[in-house]
Ligand binder design. Sequence first.
Ligand code: HEM
Length: 319
Amino acid sequence: MEKQGVRGPEPRPLTGNILDVTSFVSHSTSKDMDSIHHDIVPRLLPHYIAWFFPSKYNREIKSLKMEVERLLMEIIQSRKDCVEIGGRSSSYGNDLLGMLLNEMQKKKGNGSFSLNLQLIMDECKTFFFAGHETTALLLTWTVMLLASNPSWQEKVRAEVKQVCNGETPSVDHLPKLTVLNMVINESLRLYPPATLLPRMAFEDFKLGDLHIPKGLSIWIPVLAIHHSEELWGKDANEFNPDRFASKSFAPGRHFIPFAAGPRNCIGQTFAMMEAKIILAMLISSFSFTISDSYRHAPVIVLTIKPKYGVQVCMKPINP
Ligand code: HEM
């Protein structure tokens, strides 16, 4: 990790978190199904009971759920009104919600699987949940890394200046922002927003020396894989975007921030495009350093978040 100009505590590797994750995974794959059930069911039972208990917390969750559904229903209804009442439009729109509503209308009454409003609302919730915090965290950690590594910040700024030439970044510019792409990949490697991928074995199979029985839950430890010295070398815990410059680098094997295979992230290209545009705009308008009040404390609560936030000092750059 470069140290020039870094104020406040130096970002530290994530060893503690990685060990926790690894030990959980090896624990859960080395036991047979029966003992796992014996272990896990008693541990989870209080949580199930707590879930249905009408506590203040549970009442708040339910009321927030209703509020989200009410807001979504309002948006859906206004789209429907445009087409069905006013005849102001022949389509529900060309965004995701519009496409789902158009599909629901087409399939109505033809006997095949049809979408209903509840399913559409659930899809909207999935996309919001899957797409919002993950992208926000990618931006947060990348800003922290750039603020702590001024020479990489300069390299990205010079590239954006040369490629975009003062224009707002467009779809034509994005493939040319290769240094920015390397920095984003390195940020996703060090701080993958989705730290674990839960899977379940649908049939018995062998994984190396391990026998995996049908029905076993397997948690793929993304964070541990991304920090493995065996896979990434001695500097696995350091910020070194250059590792992504190599042509021999094979995405999808050791680098899985968006998972891999048929259930990988459907929003991957969108998220990368969004991140590149936002970071390119930010870096061409501001220079930033990490604040003295920043405390490096990544915590894992499904995603990996900075416990005390990321405070940076921003200075406008005169064009
Ligand atoms: C940096 C940003 C993002 C990261 C790191 C990320 C990561 C992931 C990962 C790891 C999965 C697989 C989860 C699993 O298999 O257990 C996933 C699935 C998914 N993501 Fe993303 N995601 C990001 C942004 C987005 C965005 C912007 C959207 C939507 C606009 C999105 C929508 C989805 C959806 C719908 C799925 C479920 C796909 C399926 O099950 O077939 N994600 N994401």
